[in-house]
Design a protein around this ligand. Structure first.
Ligand SMILES: Nc1ncnc2c1ncn2[C@@H]1O[C@H](COP(=O)(O)OP(=O)(O)OP(=O)(O)O)[C@@H](O)[C@H]1O
Length: 233
């Protein structure tokens, strides 16, 4: 079966078994309040945690892959921007296994080519976020699992990153990315998966997921012009 398919995934921090599939060519937005289980689900799909359920990439079980094979198929970007080692930006990107030319190309794609020789601990948080995204892009994995890829970015770079993700999807990757910015998720995702309390409560086209009822129930917010307002509790 094609796609990244997770079946009956159970982890201590998810309240039930979760099924989820991502197809090549699509950007799926994983949304939900703090603590709803997005990171737990992304890490499970990336094969970073042990537990119940099966995950297949184009029909092949992750369990049957070596770690090198897995890395070729699936790239995971955590939400944290901290890098503990004082490495150069291009060396961080090279950790993906990419060669020099691909490292340079990935840094160029995220607009960080001029920072290639800078130590990452001297970069701003948003700059470091873009280097970490370059590392994911350089690996040319089939499936990109990204935890808050637009966090820490200014509005222009948020849009740049979404354009990069769209380009990856257009070239055949499948993207599952968590977002707190619902406006971005609504505008740029093909589908949204809404989580609350460790389970999926809605999924489908953004307009069918980001309904007034779902927003009120899950986030306690309502649309207010182009923005949002907190509902009275
Ligand atoms: N190792 C752990 N031990 C105990 N509780 C955990 C652990 N990891 C996660 N949790 C809990 O599981 C729930 C889901 O956490 P998770 O990090 O998946 O949420 P999230 O949706 O990614 O949140 P955020 O938007 O804040 O990043 C939270 O209530 C969290 O406190």
């Amino acid at each position: 079966m094609s796609g990244l398919v997770a079946t009956a995934i159970a982890r201590p921090h998810l309240s039930g078994a979760i099924d989820l599939a991502v197809s090549r060519g699509e950007i799926v937005g994983l949304i939900g309040p703090n603590g709803s289980g997005k990171t737990t689900l992304l890490r499970a799909l990336a094969g970073l945690t042990a537990g119940y359920g099966t995950i297949t990439a184009d029909g092949r079980s992750l369990d049957a892959m070596t770690s090198a094979e897995r890395a070729r198929h699936i790239a995971y970007m955590p939400s944290g921007r901290r890098v503990d080692w004082p490495m150069r930006a291009d060396d961080i990107v090279a950790l993906s296994g990419a060669g020099e030319a691909d490292v340079a190309e990935a840094l160029t794609r995220v607009g960080m080519q001029a920072f290639a020789s800078r130590q990452v601990d001297t970069l701003s948080t948003g700059e470091r976020a873009r280097v970490l995204l370059a590392r994911v892009l350089a690996g040319r994995a089939d499936w990109l699992l990204l935890d808050e890829p637009t966090a820490n970015l200014d509005p222009g770079h948020e849009l740049d990153v979404l354009a990069l993700l769209r380009a990856e999807a257009t070239h055949g990757a499948g993207v599952l990315a968590s977002f707190h910015n619902l406006t971005l998720a609504e505008a740029h995702c093909d589908r949204c998966v809404l989580m609350a309390d460790g389970r999926i409560v809605a999924e489908g086209a953004p307009s069918t997921v980001l309904t007034e009822a779902n927003l009120a129930e899950v986030y306690g917010i309502a649309r207010d012009g182009a923005g949002w307002r907190r509902n009275a509790s």
